[in-house]
Design a protein around this ligand. Structure first.
Ligand SMILES: [Zn+2]
Length: 361
């Protein structure tokens, strides 16, 4: 069991209890043990709910289901689900509003791939952002963030409620303090490290690797940093064991791979101290691995393209969304003792030319 698994179990336990009409957990209530089959049952239930919900509320999905001959209220098995056509990033770029399932007034924050109106955009309610913060907090605790720690966040500055802010709120909810220092000139970043004396770092993989290049000459290992999170969100950055080894040797601590995308709520999966695959947030995401050419769902452990379905989003749920990212799933118990699903670090990105095979317009 690790902190992320504990959080996932409590979310799923709460949802299953609500579903069975037992109300919410209160302090002192006995939390039933969540097993692998409970997670699978929870996910199937949530999948059928999200298909029904999007069929009722999203113009894009209503049309998609109609054209594919899918009855959104009757998806009850993974076999039924696998007949739903994929959603592609270009569908979101073309018609983001057709994915929205709540009134405009409930949209709290939009994220855009490059800040322009023509780029990929995803919208969230305030509750959804709070849930993202909670999942990030669980992942930070999994790699040792504790009360009194200082997390230095090296993500580019964003408008309010951006990625940097969500991570800092997550750190603060763990009792740690957070300092956001952007992703500026390396020399300035090093100065800020000396000034703030962080105990943990998070930033994009290439940026932290570049900082590592300076760290040796400046004796930055003396800061005593205990964990470094190499984030690979939104775009593909190479990460291999030689990069990890170098980072770990220079700083004298563990370096963790983290994967997230804007569409999937930034925090998809992260390594635990066993560094044997990234634990996936199974409370909020259902993951399939498909053959990138044929779209066929691949068996356990086979390498292919990650396809995600959001399980808890109301604003802009996505069903069978093609990430373009290549990886494989790892089943079975992790060395840390947790049994939640893991994935290997992303190995590459498929770029699909705009205007290729697409979903119905
Ligand atoms: Zn683990």
């Amino acid at each position: 069991m690790n902190f992320l698994e504990e959080w996932i179990h409590s979310v799923i336990g709460q949802e299953l209890r609500r579903r069975s009409g037992c109300g919410e957990f209160r302090d002192g209530d006995h939390h039933p043990e969540i097993k692998g089959q409970d997670i699978k049952g929870y996910q199937l239930w949530k999948i059928s709910e999200v298909v029904k919900y999007t069929g009722e509320r999203s113009p894009f999905y209503r049309r998609l289901y109609q054209r594919a001959g899918i009855s959104p209220g009757k998806v009850r098995s993974l076999d039924d689900f696998s007949k739903i056509p994929f959603t592609e990033p270009r569908d979101l770029i073309r018609r983001p509003n057709q994915f929205c399932c709540v009134p405009q007034s409930e949209i709290f924050r939009g994220f855009s791939a490059d800040g322009t109106p023509d780029s990929l955009r995803v919208f969230y309610t305030k509750d959804e952002l709070d849930r993202i913060v909670a999942s990030i907090a669980a992942a930070l605790r999994m790699v040792g963030l504790k009360e009194g720690d200082v997390l230095q966040i090296m993500f580019p500055p964003e408008a309010e409620w951006g990625c940097d802010y969500l991570v800092s709120r997550a750190a603060e909810s763990c009792g740690a303090s957070a300092v956001v220092t952007g992703q500026g000139l390396l020399e300035e970043q090093v100065q800020k490290m000396v000034e703030h004396r962080p105990t943990m770092l998070i930033g994009s993989n290439p940026y932290l690797y570049a900082i590592t290049g300076l760290a040796e000459g400046r004796n930055l290992h003396r800061l005593g940093i205990k964990s470094i999170i190499l984030s690979r969100g939104c775009s593909y950055f190479p990460f291999d064991e030689s990069i990890r080894r170098e980072v770990q040797e220079v700083w004298g601590c563990r370096a963790y791979d983290q994967y997230g995308t804007m569409e999937m709520g930034l925090a998809v999966s992260m390594e635990c101290p066993a560094q044997d695959g990234l634990h996936i947030n199974e409370a909020d995401l259902f993951v399939e691995v498909v053959d990138p050419e044929t779209g066929e769902v691949l068996g356990a452990g086979e390498e292919g393209e990650l396809v995600f379905t959001t399980l808890s989003r109301r604003c802009m749920p996505l069903v069978r969304y093609r990430s373009g990212d290549i990886s494989r799933l790892i089943e079975g118990k992790c060395k840390c003792g947790a049994e939640i699903l893991r994935m290997e670090g992303v190995k590459g990105k498929i770029s699909r030319a705009e205007g290729g095979a697409s979903q119905p317009a």
